[in-house]
Design a protein around this ligand. Sequence first.
Ligand code: PMP
Length: 357
Amino acid sequence: MSKVHNFSAGPCILPTEAIEESINGLRDFKGSGIPVVSISHRSPQWEETMHDAEILIKELFHINDEYGIMFLQGGASMQFTMLAYNLLPVDGRAAYINTGTWSKNAIKEAKIFGNIDVIASSEDKNFSYIPKQYEVPADASYLHYTTNNTIEGTQFQTEPVSHATLVADMSSDIFSRPIDVNKYGLIYAGAQKNMGPAGCTLVIVKKDILGKSGRTIPSMLDYQLMLSKESMFNTPPVFGIYLSYLTLKWLKENGGVEAIYVKNEEKAQLLYSEIDSNPLFKGTAAVEDRSRMNVTFVMENTELEDPFLKYAEENGISGIPGHRSVGGFRASVYNALPRESVEALVHCMKEFATKNA
Ligand code: PMP
């Protein structure tokens, strides 16, 4: 099969080295003679992997012991419910910034648990920018925001200023750049972008914010219980955690989030500069708010979109149609996507422009 450049938004490209190592683990996990998906999750080999994965995450983000790490199930979407259940007191309030489809879903679920103040929104302009003006109400228990808007192609370049506990959905840009975890109460991410395969969700929580909601929380949704059981209250999603661990190991071996951040900036700038200079294409997000992970664009002449897509596919470019709700194009340039793939897409855009001048 010829080379495929995989720009899929998620599930997405993962490092070949991690995939290869996971195949070895599927054959024989740590010399046990048993596949990783067939060994007991109470075995020492598995417990060591869980432990190592946690250590690795702490190292990559320089996280101290005030924080707990959990590997949960149900995707980021389950966190929309779980975080409100755990952090929003009965009769309490929380503030949300609405920057797109995923923020809206988070708001919808949180409203089941209490009073939600949407303190800023970019819905007036199709979520094409990040709102900058907002005030967090004095009685808000937390402020929730989506760091990177996977569908709309916008990204917070710095975290919002908030007196209330900061809660972030980092599903589509976690591990893509350094962050100061100390600024956050809770961070969550569905794994299926920079972290690993779908099926496992990462939660990083400051332990002292828990246990204050005054609610009786079902076991599977209770952060304190999950933390006390080291994410093994029930059978964890073993393969998801395993391949996430291998992906993060690859990240560490390649210089960690500090090094990947530089590469990610270069890749994104390469693509945005083609979009800005090629007369056929146009970016959809406000320039200062552009995502470094999901590059969204359209064509000046929409009739050329299908022919361009076909041309790109013939040249090995995969996964660039925009989300079904917005159309156009979206090239996702996650950690594991090599610069060479961005160069291939840029080359394609240039050639298509020459042919259609
Ligand atoms: N938040 C963001 C920012 C996302 O990109 C996604 C999925 N693409 C979700 C939440 C939902 O994740 P999941 O499918 O794991 O529930």
